[in-house]
Ligand binder design. Structure first.
Ligand SMILES: *Cc1c(COP(=O)(O)O)cnc(C)c1O
Length: 366
């Protein structure tokens, strides 16, 4: 076969272990998954009511008309300024497919969300990774890395896996300096969790910059990860250029209906945001008590450096019924990323972590 040769060097996405697998392997009857930044409170009750009434035999609305109208009102943007994806993952793929090819390069932070690099490699583009500084994007370093062959620059804010965000002034100045023919992708998967006062208003930035697209998702605070629903917001010229790359029926009917219903229940979103803030405080307190370094997070997860092999911490928690993400796979080998759960889940996992750190060594604890 005449495969693209770069595909042969890639590994497929490694899904975390399923709850059922872990239950069986360790003989546990309760498992708490805090590994993928899903919403511990599920989704709005309105979602279940709405999707019951759908006809499954018909193709979905390829223009997502209802969701488009709801979102354009919610965000106060024109309906032509939106594009939908089978999760924002698919938008990352569409952008890469539309702009990246051999001879181009793309600039991103490292470590950051891995799908930017993965898709760039598939398209045969060079990847320029600019190391984070204290968990945050080095925007000056990223500007310096942009050259005449750069097609896309990726900015993840709040950044996964550190939770660091970019301040208003810094982002504005960055966006102003990026050449107009380079697409800036601002991935805001955790936007709804942000409470920093000096966070920028990305929607207003879109009005001034024709080379900016903002990505958001229904997978995180909206609690609809299984439906695969994400969207991009940009000036119409960018949306129009990307539309031919989109599969005609990429957003299925269930995802469309569920997203509309979820959007209507902003009370639920505010409650989740508040609970997340409270949850984060518990982890901060734990870290400070034990002198563990962590990044203050604007997302619904926290990266904690235990000074131990992240895989060992992962294993320790797994055997006690908690699935988290080892920092080994995230570029932080001595850390673990934990999704903020419900109050009860946070208290329980912190209790296990207390036991782990007060043991003399993790080996003894294991
Ligand atoms: C979870 C996540 C996504 C993917 O979201 P989907 O809409 O579920 O594909 C994109 N970017 C970042 C930074 C994420 O953490």
């Amino acid at each position: 076969m005449k495969w693209k040769k770069q595909i042969l060097s890639l590994t497929p996405y490694q899904p975390g272990r399923s709850i059922d697998q872990v239950k069986r392997q360790y003989g546990l009857d309760k498992i708490v998954k805090l590994a993928s930044n899903e919403n511990p409170f599920g989704c709005s009750q309105k979602v279940a009511d709405r999707i019951e009434k759908l006809s499954f035999a018909l193709y979905p609305d390829g223009y997502a008309t209802g969701l488009r109208e709801s979102l354009s009102q919610h965000l106060k943007v024109d309906s032509g300024q939106l594009i939908f994806g089978n999760g924002s993952d698919e938008l990352i793929m569409m952008i890469s497919r539309a702009l990246l090819k051999p001879g181009t390069n793309t600039v991103m932070a490292a470590p950051t969300f891995p799908q930017y690099k993965h898709n760039a490699v598939i398209e045969g583009s060079d990847v320029k990774e600019v190391p984070l500084i204290n968990g945050a994007h080095d925007l000056d370093g990223m500007l310096a890395a942009i050259d005449e062959n750069t097609a896309v620059v990726w900015v993840c804010s709040p950044n996964n896996p550190t939770g660091a965000y970019i301040k208003d002034g810094a982002l504005r100045s960055f966006v102003q300096q990026v050449p107009k023919d380079v697409l800036i992708v601002l991935d805001e998967a955790y936007y709804e969790y942000v409470d920093a006062e000096d966070y920028y208003d990305s929607i207003s930035l879109i009005e001034s910059f024709e080379n900016l697209i903002v990505l958001r998702t229904f997978s995180k605070i909206y609690g609809l990860a299984s439906f695969r629903s994400g969207y991009g917001i940009a000036q119409k010229t960018i949306i129009d250029a990307l539309e031919p790359v989109r599969e005609p029926f990429n957003l299925n009917s269930l995802a469309q209906a569920a997203s509309i219903a979820a959007l209507e229940d902003q009370k639920f979103i505010q409650n989740c945001k508040k609970a997340n803030r409270e949850g984060l405080k518990l982890y901060y307190k734990f870290c400070e008590k034990h002198n563990l370094s962590y990044y203050p997070s604007q997302g619904n997860f926290i990266l904690i450096d235990f000074g131990l092999d992240g895989n060992d911490v992962f294993q320790y928690l797994l055997e006690r019924g908690y699935i988290v993400r080892s920092g080994q796979a995230l570029g932080f080998p001595t850390s673990v990323r934990i999704t903020v759960g419900s109050t009860e889940q946070n208290e329980e996992i912190i209790e296990k972590l207390e036991m782990m750190v007060t043991e003399n060594s993790i080996k003894k604890a294991l």
